[in-house]
Ligand binder design. Structure first.
Ligand SMILES: [Mg+2]
Length: 403
């Protein structure tokens, strides 16, 4: 059995936990409302105002003028993410992180030792609450696809189990939009076909799906039957580190996409540096609203763990190597692979000055964040928006724009 554990409003929840004065207020973590950044996370109070992740911060400000806008503290969230992971790893070595705040766990081999998958799921959820004072939603199911749907179904604080012999019962009443990859375009086709639920979709002949959706027809047919053969691949064995995010609403704004690529690059870079890894190849994954998915890779002459370089490569592939059609984007992912020797700094006779400078910048940023956990260091977003952010004491950013 597979668990999908997804933290509720992760960044915002971490901020609320550390600063009780924020509880009950709309907390929005992400870009500045006057810049062009996007919302990385909004707590549930803010969501009542219609604020959600990937929304331009300017729009968030309009929807929720009293919102408390905070800059993300990525390194700190990564630290908390590691603490969550440590809890997972008490129960299974098969942990596949999707991002800082969600992961798949294969607990099939752990059931003898720790009890049923449901029991393990409950224990993990409780431990996250007790030890870290954070709330996770958990899905327990026979495969990844079902576990992911399940964890999302009763958010926040959800716990949904899909028993292997009740998969169809579980899926059939759900709207087709719950299927991975059903975006706006596909949704419209389904509308015209009069298909609204997964159950209705399941009863369609596969060749009809192929006619309407090409290769994706197969994929949809499989999913509607609850089939997903992908294994859980733990990070240590995976020869890559990648983070991806599916947007609550398909993304249209190119600047927002670039900001997300940076956010994902930062997550990946951060994890690489924590593990002492450097990679040669930067991978980009883009899924469009019609759920056509494209992956691109770019290799570099020298391995890197530098956020800025990962982002540059990802942004370049995004700008230059995608089809020119203008579809909305449903998912973005950034990854690194081609790991060389770990922890070794390349010493060359003619050092790439730029690389070293950025590398140094990351190191210093890591150190500072370690030392002053509360200080929000916005080098990354600052670079993107070309804005020098003020640094200040903890919380100085709060309400800076909230007047
Ligand atoms: Mg989450």
């Amino acid at each position: 059995m597979i668990l999908h554990v997804d933290m509720d409003a992760f960044y915002a929840s971490v901020e609320e936990r550390d600063r009780p004065e924020l509880v009950g207020k709309p907390v929005i973590v992400g870009g500045t409302p006057e810049g062009r950044g996007v919302v990385a996370a909004a707590n549930y109070v803010a969501r009542r105002f219609g604020v959600h992740s990937a929304l331009p911060a300017v729009t968030a400000k309009r929807l929720c003028p009293h919102g408390i806008f905070l800059r993300p503290r990525m390194e700190y969230y990564a630290e908390v993410s590691d603490q969550i992971r440590a809890i997972f790893e008490r129960y299974t070595p098969l942990v596949e992180p999707l991002s800082l705040d969600e992961a798949f766990l294969d607990v099939t081999g752990s059931e003898q030792l720790f009890g049923s998958a449901v029991r393990i799921g409950q224990t993990i959820k409780q431990e996250i609450r007790d030890r870290l004072r954070l709330v996770a939603s958990v899905g327990v199911a026979p495969n990844k696809f079902l576990a992911k749907i399940a964890s999302d179904l009763r958010k926040p604080d959800g716990f949904v189990v899909v028993e292997p012999d009740r998969v169809q019962e579980f899926l059939d009443p759900l709207p087709v939009g719950r299927l991975w990859g059903v975006g706006k375009v596909t949704g419209r086709v389904f509308d015209t076909l009069g298909i609204h639920t997964i159950g209705q979709l399941r009863r369609l002949p596969v060749d009809m799906l192929q006619r309407h959706f090409g290769n994706c027809g197969d994929h949809l047919w499989q999913l509607s039957h609850g089939t997903d053969p992908r294994p859980v691949v733990p990070e240590q064995e995976a020869k890559s580190i990648s983070h991806e995010t599916t947007f609550a609403r398909d993304l249209e704004d190119v600047d927002a996409m670039r900001a997300w690529l940076l956010e994902l690059s930062e997550q990946v870079g951060c994890r690489m540096r924590r593990h002492g890894l450097k990679g040669r190849t930067v991978n980009l994954k883009v899924r469009f609203e019609d759920f056509h998915t494209i992956t691109r890779a770019q290799s570099r002459p020298e391995p890197t763990d530098v956020t800025h370089e990962i982002w540059q490569a990802a942004a370049q592939m995004f700008a230059e190597r995608l089809p020119s059609r203008r579809l909305r984007v449903r998912l973005l992912g950034v990854g690194m692979s081609g790991f060389g020797q770990t922890g070794l700094r390349q010493r060359s006779l003619f050092p790439e000055v730029e690389e070293q400078r950025h590398s140094r910048l990351d190191e210093v940023a890591d150190q500072i964040k370690e030392k002053f956990g509360q200080l929000s260091l916005q080098r990354a977003l600052g670079m993107l928006h070309n804005v020098e952010h003020r640094s200040g004491p903890p919380g100085a950013d709060e309400n800076q724009y909230g007047r």
